[in-house]
Design a binder for this molecule. Sequence first.
Ligand code: PMP
Length: 295
Amino acid sequence: MYYTDETIVFLNGEYVKAKDAKVGLYNQTMHYGNGVFEGIRSYETPDGTRIFKAKEHYDRLHYSADKMHISLRYSSEELEQITYRLLELNDLSDAYIRPLVYLGENMSLTPTDEVNVVIMVWEWGKYLGDKMLKVMLSSYQRPNPKACHVQAKVVGHYTNSILATTEAKQKGFDEALLTDINGNVAEGPGANFFFEKDGKLVTAPLGNILSGITRATVFELAQELGVEIEERFFKPEELLNADAAFFCGTAAEVIGIEQFNDYRFPMNWEDTNSYLVQRMYKRRVATNEYKHVYL
Ligand code: PMP
């Protein structure tokens, strides 16, 4: 599903076939989850293939690596150039891009000097599909920000996401919504969350959530649309009075939520400001309206 016999990956300075790439069994990332990664998308635009917000993603990869004491020896600019080359080699335009920084052999609890960088690209439909979602309040909370760096995209953090999504699917929902350590709504397992009330959008502030690049884009789009956004803490009960809601993330893009637990959001999706944001996001990523800083 992710690769064929022909797929090329970037691995530590070389472009090699995915099927020939090897990873050691004793690497620390596999045993303890100490590695960092990104999830990026490229789109076909009238100007050719464009990676959406490559700098922001690769800067976040650096932030994540720094927080985990991992020295990443490629700059954001270099990683961006490598990614464009990799897309070309795989003849891909609309693609999902997965850079992963994984460590060398070490069973002790300190990072290794050996730092490996792999970048994989594949065609991937929207992560949560195209249909409006049914979401449940998770019994799991997002990790305590005093126990780890929640704004870093660390491999091991995703065990929390896997627990939440698996629970939701086992209960017949499409996805989970998690609270923070104080019981406020935080985010989804792999996407940020917004709700709409009386035309205004509300989302959790930074601190207990991943600082989503799509979330930041939603702020930009809402400003252009003249839609107000409030960043504040709120409890799950407040959603029972909301008009609409959505998740947003690079893989999922902007996807509407029709139901939270037993509650159905009352507004017709296409009449909401959330829908306008969804439409504008689609347009923004797939046109040349977004000028990349390096181009
Ligand atoms: N929260 C979590 C936990 C995520 O994994 C993601 C996906 N990276 C997001 C939010 C959305 O972030 P972005 O918009 O940068 O993809």
